[in-house]
Ligand binder design. Sequence first.
Ligand SMILES: *[C@@H]1O[C@H](CO)[C@@H](O)[C@H](O)[C@H]1NC(C)=O
Ligand SMILES: *[C@@H]1O[C@H](CO)[C@@H](O)[C@H](O)[C@H]1NC(C)=O
Length: 291
Amino acid sequence: MVRWGSLPCSSLLTAIVYLLLLPGWTLAEEQAAFDCHVSTEGANFDLTGLSGEHTLNRTRNTPPTKMVDSLRFNLCSDLKPQEDVAEGDQCPKGARACLTSVNQKSQESDRIISVITLAMASSTRSVTAGLSDPKFISILFAGPEYSSPSESTPTKQFLNVTVHCDPNSKSDPIFLSYDDSLLALEWRAPGGCPSEQSPEPPKDHDDKDDPKEENVGSGLGWFFLVILLAFAAYFGLGAYYNYSTYGARGKDLIPHRDFWQEVPYMLKDVISHLCSSVHPRRSSRGGYVAV
Ligand SMILES: *[C@@H]1O[C@H](CO)[C@@H](O)[C@H](O)[C@H]1NC(C)=O
Ligand SMILES: *[C@@H]1O[C@H](CO)[C@@H](O)[C@H](O)[C@H]1NC(C)=O
């Protein structure tokens, strides 16, 4: 007897459902390295003009010391390691934005207090765009978590880059704020102006793996679509054949009706067999407990 609600069966079914969903799932999870080309619904943005490494400092007075929060970032390619800084005092490979807090005290050498990665090349991102006044693009990078000793739980880090449209000139970026989780950065540049959507979105030059992955995903989609269409054609033509040849009506229209009526029972048998081998249980036929 198959108990549908019992654990092994439901977990088996869950596993099957996950397996079917998996391809679409991993596609959504993985982000290609950010290449400064952004396509939103209705417009493209080209932020390559903002490439290059920038450093922004913010100083806080914490007598008798001073804290310098130093943000080093490059939106379009990975930050290069700094040669004069110990490896442990730097953000990891692939970082695009790195916030270092340095404590300064007169007559003493500087002390690095914290090194926080705000964005990685492949950080998940969400985009907000203004397509008519005001024109802008805002990209929120969700970076890794940072565990500071004062917080009991690690804090997820975000970098919010807003580029306001200025067709004629480029300003310097401004460090607006940082609240231990979200750093806001602002800019005025031509890159913040939307351009009309071209029929083909700009190609990812850096990341050659991405198109392949999409092919795998859409290939799988095609596979299921073809199977679905084949089934539809089979039932449609079969029903038409039964109708025109035997004048069948209602349930009798189903081609190979005897076989399809058996299918639910066959499935039930298969699942009960699988379930009993996953988790041995009392069999209704034998009445013994399988080992
Ligand atoms: C920012 O602060 C860091 C650390 O104190 C310092 O090395 C760097 O020269 C400063 N950069 C600018 C542009 O002020
Ligand atoms: C990012 O910054 C822009 C401009 O300051 C703001 O409109 C937007 O709400 C910010 N996004 C988040 C998630 O804070």
